[in-house]
Design a binder for this molecule. Structure first.
Ligand code: GLT
Ligand code: MN
Ligand code: MN
Length: 412
């Protein structure tokens, strides 16, 4: 093949995107509670061993592009949009007003705000550092984000305490650090109780997000389960205001079954917000777009969420790969991520309606007849043939994933 001239490359990408077909319209995409983070679209491809590969993109462009694609909601860190030195100054209000304007113009809604407590040098020892001044500043930042959330019409605030931990063991006393962290959350909830009255809005749903490793070497709240324990530890003044924002990959990273982690959050009534992406077990936080690594597991996750009536946001917390261009971020990366999510969500509906799966599941729940409830051999044998249905169920879900339940056939 001849080299593809630079000025023909976008047209090629567009043509092949059209050839993929099966994309949803912006109107169809807007029916789902899908949010696009500012930081995901603005990610420039940088990492510890990686120089940026893309140019900066501001919030106006991000929101306008989301609107065109049909991503109805937008989420942001405070410092994604307001430079750290401008926080708490009149410049902050100017930015918030500019954001409000572009949200109004595009019809995109701000669903979630979060505070960056991990990047700036002030958080070198974390947001619950020994220094009272750092802790006071961190708490003020959380409260300020709650205020911005109300000003922008958000329903959720997310907290990712990835820098709550240590590099050097023995330097940090864990119980004390967790108490200090709880104080910051308490301040944010207290501020919310006042601000929500002032803005005449419902309080935000405050959601903790766990990640097992990065950026600290050891993390004090590494999993969603650890966070559930923390919420109910007695340290929080308003545990009813605090729930979870699990991230699919963050559970996979520590070797968990994400679906089981989500199930535990559901049982606790704390599954409020969900970061959707994909990646590999026991590896670092690669934030690959939803469904590109584990589509079968994703389908099963969405079956669980659909069957439990989860109605919270699906936040596209992935990083467009550094091989994708600035143009590709909005031409390919976001629309395809949204469309795979919708396809998997609708497919999950088919799983729940499938007659084979229904009959198999009901039969398993009925079990085999037993006359002597203490006779171990009889109980075992009564269910032996039925248990083959577990594997049959797995096969059927695979068939649904590849469309064979709709007569799609693969001939040799
Ligand atoms: C950071 C992290 C994400 C969190 C973001 C919210 S920040 O990118 O890796 O998983 O959701 O603070
Ligand atoms: Mn996340
Ligand atoms: Mn992640």
């Amino acid at each position: 093949m001849k080299p593809i001239p630079k000025n023909e490359q976008r047209a090629l990408v567009d043509r092949l995107m059209r050839a993929c077909g099966a994309s949803y319209t912006p109107e169809q995409r807007r029916k789902y509670f899908i949010s696009g983070p500012q930081w995901a679209a603005a990610y420039e491809g940088q990492a510890l061993f990686h120089a940026p590969t893309r140019k900066p993109v501001g919030f106006e462009d991000v929101i306008r592009n989301y609107a065109e694609i049909g991503i109805g909601y937008w989420s942001t860190h405070d410092t994604d949009v307001i430079p750290p030195d401008a926080l708490f100054t009149p410049e902050q209000d100017v930015v918030v007003e500019r954001i409000s304007r572009v949200l109004r113009e595009t019809g995109v809604k701000c669903s979630m705000v979060t505070t960056e407590t991990f990047f700036h040098a002030v958080f070198a020892a974390g947001p619950a550092a020994e220094s009272p001044a750092v802790r006071e500043y961190a708490a003020a930042r959380l409260c300020n984000t709650v205020k911005i959330g109300h000003q922008l019409g958000a329903q959720f605030a997310v907290y990712w305490p990835g820098s709550l931990g240590y590099q050097i063991q023995g330097a940090v006393e864990e119980t004390q650090t967790l108490r200090w962290y709880a104080e910051a959350l308490n301040a944010a909830c207290q501020a919310d109780l006042e601000l929500s009255k002032q803005y005449n809005r419902a309080v935000l749903k405050h959601c903790l997000e766990a990640k097992p490793f990065e950026p600290q070497a050891e993390i004090l709240l590494p999993t969603s389960d650890a966070m559930l324990a923390f919420i109910h530890s007695g340290l929080l003044q308003h545990p009813e205001m605090v729930g979870l924002n699990p991230e699919y990959l963050h559970e996979l990273m520590w070797g968990a079954a994400p679906r089981a982690a989500l199930a535990r959050a559901l049982l606790a009534g704390k599954l409020w917000h969900f970061d959707i992406n994909d990646g590999y077990r026991l590896k670092h936080d690669v934030d690959i777009a939803v469904g590109l690594v584990n589509p079968l597991d994703w389908l099963n996750v969405l079956v669980l969420l659909r069957s439990h009536g989860y109605h919270g946001p699906f936040n596209l917390d992935y990083k467009p790969p550094r091989t994708t261009s600035n143009y590709g971020v909005f031409a390919v990366s976001f629309p395809t991520a949204v469309d795979r999510f919708i396809t998997l969500w609708e497919m999950a509906g088919e799983v729940l309606e499938d007659s084979v799966l229904k009959e198999a599941t009901e039969a398993l729940k009925a079990g085999g007849p037993v006359s002597d409830p203490k006779n171990v051999r009889e109980i075992t044998e009564a269910n032996q043939e039925l248990l083959t249905l577990h594997e049959l169920i797995g096969h059927r879900i695979f068939q649904i994933l590849v469309g064979m339940h709709k007569d799609r056939r693969y001939f040799v």
